[in-house]
Write a protein that binds this ligand. Structure first.
Ligand SMILES: Cc1ncc(C[n+]2csc(CCOP(=O)(O)OP(=O)(O)O)c2C)c(N)n1
Ligand code: SF4
Ligand SMILES: [Mg+2]
Length: 300
């Protein structure tokens, strides 16, 4: 990892936008152990967004972008929905796909990048809403998993179609009444984490984004496992505060309430056997790296 590819030519430095100069100077691109703790002290890969004030999706975006292990060589694939309003402000390569097509686009992209850059690690990460992932895009989501495509799928689960005013989604809770779904959901929430496991994903996590350190851990695991082994899936609860009638300060508490052991976003994790082995190897290497750095610091 390095900033080599975003470096500015000396002759052009003064005419480059100040945001870009800041990115080269103080973004964590290239930092080996980047993570959520860099937020606030380095150039963030997202500084503004057009989501509603206090929307938990904005926290989730920040934590994810701060935690990607290889941001300068990552391409994110988005889909239509509230998330798509954010991507134009994100300093990571990204593609907007037609609603629901995100996993098909990501499959082709990952394969093309592997052929085009055989000697470079290129990560692909899909980030889409529950409507895009489960309802309209379910075919593409599943086919990518069946084919063992090597990328991560992240679903921002707000349990409805937020961007179009609150229609019912397959991930909506039973009985929930939304602005544009007045009858109330007749069925249980689709168990996509279980389906992901049964469809070949090697790492599946269902959780909220209330704890940045947890988001950092699962993002890193998901990206590393997807890179080396096969598809990974993260379902993150990012409640639509507008639809559930909460104010901008109440999103965090809503997530805390929903992650209690008996609730639908209690932490759930599945790791396949090859993925467990990979995580153990990575943890051992990390330990070695930290010990070597400590020794070096002691000698200085
Ligand atoms: C092909 C297509 N079908 C439908 C739409 C209309 N549409 C835009 S956003 C959206 C809902 C998005 O819901 P979700 O994926 O859950 O994302 P959220 O807005 O909740 O974050 C729909 C149906 C569209 N833009 N394109
Ligand atoms: S409509 Fe809901 S999900 Fe979309 S930005 Fe507003 S609070 Fe967030
Ligand atoms: Mg949604």
């Amino acid at each position: 990892m390095s900033k080599e590819r975003i470096k500015i030519s000396e002759d052009l430095y003064d005419i480059m936008p100040s945001d870009y100069q800041d990115l080269v100077k103080s973004a964590t691109y290239g930092k080996e152990d980047r993570g959520w703790k860099d937020i606030g002290t380095s150039k963030e890969l997202i500084e503004q967004h057009s989501l509603c004030a206090g929307c938990p999706e904005s926290m989730a975006f920040r934590y994810i972008l701060a935690s990607l292990p290889n941001p300068e060589d990552t391409v994110m694939v988005g889909s239509t929905g509230c998330t798509s309003l954010v991507f134009p402000m994100v300093a990571v390569h990204n593609i907007h796909s037609l609603f629901g097509n995100q996993n098909a686009i990501a499959s082709g992209l990952k394969r093309a990048l592997t052929v085009r850059f055989p000697d470079r690690v290129k990560d692909v990460v899909v980030l889409a809403g529950d409507g895009a992932t489960v309802d309209i895009g379910l075919d593409m989501t599943l086919q990518a998993w069946f084919r063992q495509e090597k990328f991560t799928t992240i679903c921002f689960d707000n349990e409805l179609y937020a961007n179009t005013g609150g229609q019912e989604s397959g991930l909506m809770q039973k009985g929930f009444v939304a602005k544009m779904a007045p009858v109330g959901k007749l069925f249980d929430k689709v168990r996509l984490p279980e389906i992901a496991r049964e469809s070949g994903c090697h790492y599946v996590v269902n959780c909220t984004v209330s704890k940045p350190s947890l988001v950092e851990k699962v993002i890193r695991n998901a990206v590393h496992i997807a890179r080396e082994i096969g598809p990974t899936y993260l379902q993150l609860y990012t409640p639509c505060i507008l639809e559930i009638g909460k104010n901008s300060m109440e999103g965090l508490q809503e997530m805390r309430d929903s992650e209690k052991p008996t609730e639908r976003f209690a932490y759930k994790e599945y790791v396949s056997e090859p993925a467990k082995q990979l995580l153990a190897e990575l943890a051992a290497k990390d330990k070695e790296r930290k010990a070597a750095a400590k020794q070096l610091a002691g000698q200085a």
